[in-house]
Design a protein around this ligand. Structure first.
Ligand code: NAD
Ligand code: MG
Length: 390
């Protein structure tokens, strides 16, 4: 039996992961499942899969979780320390599918026990890429990409020499506002931004797709994971979301990865790697699709892409700052305190303020320093937002 744990089990990626492992109940022994406030789902899955431990991220949910698991023999726990403890429990394969920077510390802990970490949480590499990769090397742990674009690149690289790679192209659907007039973006509502044309995902990543903050994070994730230079990474808007990524080689060849927009493909690839096993994803009918379109993203529409380039050039802790400021700006947009285009402005302002006021951006890349910059970046976004409101 393979021991597996799922962090962020109640979310979109977590539920897709559970769908796959529950199809082969005799293959997997579930160690830990974690979630947030959806205690009903968390407890139900923990019981169905026979987990050893079930953890909610929030202390005030512990009573409910205990009650829901009463009599099951499954250990219930809550809070940050409990998440770390769960990540240290021996497992062969651990899914990192918490949303946001909150996924970083449990991910690092999972690597420290030498487990294979299936990384859906892109924030882990954006905030602390070199630290995460060093930890994996030191503990002989493996990091497998789950983000669909990065899984696609990873698959296109099988048997290839990184030295022959010229460029990596990741695609973007263009999100909910791809065809909107620029002048109307200021009036975009949370509901409109939460409606993805092709993929069915959690709300936060869906809004990040409309702003392309998601693609911005993924560009940085590509640089960190594959160790390429920023100028080797390209983004193409591809409305059909069928080609997930392409790798260009020195001889001019392009290897593309195509598939239906279903995260169970990338999750399943990471679950069965290095084998390929049957997956319950629909098969593409290219003749029916008829055409595949590609175009260059307009950085006036998607300023997040320009910010990602600046972050990659800047290095240091700028990735952690960028991500934290983005997360907080997104909170404010969801809570209807700022408009859609204000998110990118807030992130840009916080990056500039770190440059001007604070040496922290060049501090060593440790988990403590990431947490400190993360905290300050969120505080500064709040200050900008509340100043404007006041
Ligand atoms: P989601 O919002 O559906 O689920 C997030 C999970 O994290 C839930 O289990 C939630 O309870 C938990 N969580 C939330 N806040 C937490 C906190 N502070 N501490 C601990 N746990 C917390 O998100 P999702 O769409 O499944 O995305 C998860 C991650 O995977 C994100 O990093 C996202 O960028 C990445 N990703 C998602 C998709 C997708 O198709 N949904 C695709 C590629 C990458
Ligand atoms: Mg992606």
């Amino acid at each position: 039996m393979r021991k597996v744990s799922i962090f962020g089990a109640t979310g979109s990626i977590g539920q897709n992961t559970i769908d796959l492992i529950s199809r082969q109940p005799d293959t997997y022994d579930v160690v830990a499942l974690t979630g947030g406030r959806n205690i009903k789902q968390l407890a139900q899955d923990a019981k169905r899969l026979g987990a050893d431990v079930s953890v909610t991220a929030f202390d005030d949910c512990l009573e409910d979780l205990r009650a829901a698991l009463a009599g099951s023999g499954i250990h219930a726990a809550a809070g940050q320390a409990a998440l770390i403890e769960a990540a240290a429990r021996p497992a062969d394969w651990i899914m990192s599918a918490i949303v946001g920077a909150a996924g970083l510390a449990p991910g690092i802990e999972a690597l420290k026990q030498g487990a294979t970490l299936a990384l859906a949480n892109k924030e882990t590499l954006v905030c602390a890429g070199p630290l995460v990769l060093d930890t994996a090397r030191q503990h002989n742990a493996r990091l497998l990409p789950v983000d669909s674009e990065h899984s696609a690149v990873f698959q296109a690289l099988v048997g290839e020499d990184m030295a022959s790679v010229e460029r990596i192209i990741i695609t973007a659907s263009g999100g909910a506002f791809r065809d909107w007039p620029l002048s109307e973006l200021a009036g975009a509502t949370v509901e409109q931004a939460s409606n993805h044309p092709n993929w069915n995902m959690g709300q936060r990543i869906t809004i990040d797709s409309a702003s392309m903050f998601n693609k911005a994070l993924e560009v940085i994730e590509t640089k960190e994971y594959f160790g390429v230079r920023p100028e080797q990474i390209e983004v193409l808007v591809h409305p059909e979301s069928t080609v997930h990524a392409l790798v260009g080689f020195r001889d001019g060849a392009l290897m593309a990865h195509l598939g239906a927009p279903d995260m169970r493909h990338a999750i399943g690839y990471a679950l069965h790697w290095p084998e390929r096993l049957d997956l319950p994803v629909s098969r593409l009918d290219l003749a029916q699709l008829g055409q595949l379109r590609f175009n260059t993203p307009d950085e006036d529409r998607y300023p997040a892409l320009r910010l990602a380039r600046e972050v990659m050039q800047r290095g240091g802790l700028s990735g952690a700052i960028f991500n934290a400021a983005k997360e907080r700006a997104l909170d404010h947009f969801i809570e209807r305190r700022i408009r859609f285009p204000d998110m990118a402005d807030a992130v840009a302002a916080v990056l500039e303020r770190f440059e001007a006021e604070n040496g922290l951006i060049d501090a060593p890349l440790t988990l403590d320093n990431v947490k400190q910059t993360d905290h300050l970046a969120r505080k500064w976004v709040d200050e900008t937002v509340f100043q404007r409101a006041g």
